[in-house]
Design a protein around this ligand. Structure first.
Ligand SMILES: NC(=O)c1ccc[n+]([C@@H]2O[C@H](COP(=O)([O-])OP(=O)(O)OC[C@H]3O[C@@H](n4cnc5c(N)ncnc54)[C@H](O)[C@@H]3O)[C@@H](O)[C@H]2O)c1
Ligand SMILES: [Zn+2]
Ligand SMILES: [Zn+2]
Length: 349
């Protein structure tokens, strides 16, 4: 079968990939569509270290092809969106509603794929850039059939991360002020999360002026090409500033833009050893810096909510998909994402 493989040096679309059958508690999914998130590109340049060879992709949707023993919540033929959280469901963190903190769900990549007898790692417990993948039951979230799979593909990272960061982590309140730095696939979902939460002033900042129209469509009340202008709109700063690029300089900017009691939410992925300096004295005014993994999501609950919000018109999904590409055109999709030509590019199988 076809898939996008990174061998540690180069990335290529192959057609001789194999995936093992689902074991107990696992689901085999035929991927229909998969979004290209910046985190996939960050594996290629080493910003996100991951052992090669690896099958990329971590945001996808498709149709259940088979289930292993013990799986009862989905059956063959069901439409599913895939999460990246292979959480155990049995530890204290899972039990308290924090599956993103489950220690079994991070840093233990499996190898369900092979090529010519050689095993390949699964990226983010997911590898949605493959015609078929095997995931844990908890990762396969059943979705209504009327959601196009090309749109549902974006639930599994962009929507969970961006909307979840607003609703679950920052807990933005009605009337709050929000700044979103970087309006790619993640930032746009932060914007719509802020709109859903009832934020009043929502300032989008992106160096690419072509992002203005889509940023406003997703909820921005203001758009700036540089964070320098934020104080003209919000003289005392913002209640919540979301860094959605992954630049250390912008992390500092986010902290500097906080109003009293404000919080900076760091969503962008910086290199593991990157450092940022800031003025601790300013934090005295009840300010906080929050990390956020994957929107602090509970995928089975949150994807069901987002599906309903989509159907009632409150959550935009179709509008996130600027372009679809057959998986063979991965290189073009990656180049378009790097150049900021798309909100999200989606690979299809
Ligand atoms: N925390 C998490 O769980 C999580 C999950 C998914 C992705 N991420 C990370 O989020 C970040 C964004 O991912 P994405 O898929 O939205 O990326 P993207 O490439 O789609 O978007 C990045 C945006 O930032 C803009 N930008 C670049 N430099 C800028 C600057 N100096 N000032 C303002 N805007 C600037 C670009 O124009 C683009 O619109 C990445 O670092 C990714 O790895 C984190
Ligand atoms: Zn992602
Ligand atoms: Zn657990």
């Amino acid at each position: 079968m076809r898939g996008v493989v990174f061998d540690g040096k180069q990335v290529q679309v192959v057609d001789d990939l194999e995936v093992r059958d689902p074991g107990p508690g696992e689901v085999l999914v035929a991927i229909a569509a998969a979004g290209l998130c910046h985190s996939d590109l960050s594996v290629l340049d080493g910003t996100i270290p991951f052992p090669p060879p690896v099958v990329l992709g971590h945001e996808g949707a498709g149709v259940v092809e088979a289930v292993g023993p013990g799986v009862t919540h989905v059956v063959a033929g069901d439409h599913v969106a895939l999460s990246t959280l292979a959480n155990c469901g049995a530890c204290a963190d899972c039990d308290r509603g924090r599956p993103t903190m489950c220690r079994k769900a991070i840093g233990m990549p499996g190898q369900p794929f092979s090529r010519d007898g050689q095993p390949l790692f699964q990226f983010a417990s997911n590898s949605s850039f493959a015609e078929r993948t095997v995931v844990k039951a908890v990762q396969a979230v059943k979705i209504p059939r009327d959601i196009p799979l090309t749109s549902a593909a974006l639930m599994g990272c962009g929507v969970l991360t961006g909307v979840g960061a607003v609703l679950n982590r920052a807990k933005v309140g009605r009337g709050d002020t929000v700044v979103v730095i970087g309006t790619g696939g993640i930032g746009l979902n932060v914007l719509q999360g802020a709109r859903i939460a009832g934020a009043l002033t929502i300032v989008a900042v992106d160096t690419n002026p072509e992002k203005e129209a889509v940023a406003r469509q997703f909820g921005a009340t203001h758009f700036l090409a540089s964070a320098d202008g934020v104080r003209e709109i919000l003289p005392t700063g913002a209640d919540h500033v979301f860094e959605c690029v992954g630049h250390t300089g912008l992390v500092r900017t986010a902290i500097d833009l906080l109003d009293r009691h404000g919080q900076a939410v760091l969503l962008g992925m910086t290199a593991p050893k990157a450092e940022v300096s800031f003025l601790p004295a300013a934090m005295f005014l009840d300010k906080s810096i929050l990390g956020c993994r994957y929107g602090s999501s509970r995928p089975q609950k949150d994807i069901a909510l987002y599906a309903e919000l989509y159907r009632s018109g409150g959550l935009l999904l179709d509008e996130l998909v600027t372009r679809t590409y057959p998986v063979e055109d991965f290189a073009r999709a990656a180049a378009d994402a790097e150049r900021g030509k798309v909100a999200r590019g989606v690979l299809t199988f």
